[in-house]
Design a binder for this molecule. Structure first.
Ligand code: 5CA
Length: 436
């Protein structure tokens, strides 16, 4: 992409409405613009990051055996009357009347809809297990939307729902998602801590939140440093019994402030980490909570009907964009982890109009595009300082800088975002380095 043609409305000043760094940087980097309280437009740069996060989430969900579907954003209120949540959910649910005066709503979550799909289409235990997920927009009329996309009213969620014949198999589905989450967040460059949690309005008997540490997090977190040092599981076979992997994580101490056990302070000593955290995922096991009232049953091996056991598994996909920035930035802007970066490589032409600079930059740009790299070429007629600042602000991991002197010598300056110093390399060596 040529920056001269790209829709990238960056801001030099800090917007006054933004209280936390990720919100400030998302506005300054031209990623999002607010449409109404807690409702955002995603501009091209923000959309690219969101799509990269979606791709990782999707890849890990598919690997864990979940199957992607798309459910409606507007739901019928009737299903929620069946589950009993229509009245319970409260003012966070945006209720809508259609022209026939029917009760509709903008889905804050999809347990009812997916249970309805299940009961209408799956009849036998032989068709189990099933785990269905979507990556879709939700609406919750939060009292206090704030911190940009972190606590929005409309937000993007990955929500998966598992269906099994008995508790042991349902627990296995829960464990599959638990492990998939550890891998998902690690691929985004995040350290996410699984933490035993309350299940709130979703309900159920077993629940974990996944928390990313950041100073601006909404909840206080205490944990054993060992959790932060533990690498995410590699080469997982999701058909294996995963209980020992889950146990190896849940046996390490972690708690929010309400549940923090003071005796751990002494026990862990210097290994106790006190921090703040952002909830990026939440998984729930709730057995028959929806299947029971909604009649989601299958025929069991003995021919008798059995109510299915369910769990639901959420990831805050749009919130993750903010969480990643909270975890990875400096005074100049965002530092994207490679796998979520909107562009992997930036080219800065220090003297647009200079034949040698234009030729050298044009050549790098063509080669990187031919190699299918996402590359942003700053070909604007702007001061060098503006170009350096914008490239750092939007967080491009590799930056190739070419000015008249370098172009004459056939060399390129290679910078790694977030690292000190720069390196002068031949054009070919620079290409090899940033493509490695
Ligand atoms: N149905 C279940 C799981 S599929 C569910 O709705 N879970 S949840 O309420 O915990 O939401 C899942 C994730 O969505 C949360 O962990 C959080 O990361 C994200 N999330 C929740 N509310 C918001 C919000 N207002 N803005 C941005 N992200 C949110």
């Amino acid at each position: 992409m040529r920056l001269s043609r790209y829709f990238l409305p960056t801001l030099k000043e800090n917007p006054s409405e933004a209280q936390i760094v990720s919100h400030r940087l998302m506005l300054r980097a031209g990623m999002v613009r607010q449409h109404a309280a807690g409702i955002y437009n995603w501009l091209p740069l923000g959309t690219k990051v969101l799509q990269n996060i979606i791709a990782i989430v999707r890849d890990e969900q598919n690997a864990a055996g979940a199957q992607e579907i798309i459910m409606p954003t507007i739901q019928s209120g009737e299903l929620w009357k069946e589950s009993g949540r229509y009245d319970d959910y409260g003012p966070e649910m945006l209720r809508i009347k259609d022209r026939h005066d029917r009760d509709m709503l903008y889905g804050p979550t999809h347990e009812e809809v997916v249970t309805d799909i299940f009961r209408n289409n799956i009849k036998s235990y032989r068709d189990l297990p099933k785990n269905l997920y979507q990556i879709h927009w939700k609406f919750r009329d939060e009292v206090r939307p704030r911190f940009g996309v972190m606590r929005g009213r409309e937000f993007l969620m990955k929500d998966a729902y598992s269906f099994d014949i008995d508790f042991a198999r349902s627990k296995h589905a829960y464990n599959q998602m638990f492990v998939a989450y550890l891998r998902t967040f690690a691929r985004m460059g995040l350290k996410a801590i699984p933490m035993k949690a309350d299940s709130g309005p979703i309900g159920g008997d077993m629940s974990h939140e996944f928390i990313v540490l950041a100073d601006t997090g909404e909840s206080a977190v205490f944990c054993d440093k060992a959790l932060l040092e533990k690498p995410a599981p590699q080469n997982v076979n999701y058909d294996d019994d995963l209980q020992h992997i889950v146990d190896s994580w849940t046996s390490i101490y972690a708690a929010t402030d309400e549940k923090h056990d003071l005796s751990q302070e002494e026990k862990l000593g210097a290994n106790l980490v006190k921090a703040r955290g952002i909830e990026v995922g939440h998984i729930f096991h709730f057995g028959g909570k929806y299947a029971e009232p909604m009649g989601a049953k299958v025929t069991g091996p003995d021919g008798n009907p059995v109510t299915v056991m369910m769990g639901s598994y959420g990831i805050g996909v749009s919130r993750l964009v903010g969480a990643i920035i909270e975890a990875s930035h400096d005074e100049n802007g965002i530092i994207w982890p490679d796998e979520v970066a909107p562009f992997q490589i930036g080219i800065i032409n220090l003297k647009v109009g200079d034949a040698a600079c234009d030729a050298a930059c044009g050549d790098l740009y063509a080669k990187l595009k031919a190699a299918k790299r996402e590359v942003l070429y700053d070909d604007r007629d702007e001061r060098a300082g503006v170009k350096f600042a914008d490239m750092d602000l939007i967080g491009v991991p590799w930056q190739l800088v070419i000015g008249p002197k370098g172009a004459a010598k056939g060399v390129v300056e290679v910078k790694r975002r977030g690292a000190a110093g720069k390196e002068e390399l031949s054009a070919d060596a620079a290409l090899a380095k940033v493509m490695a």
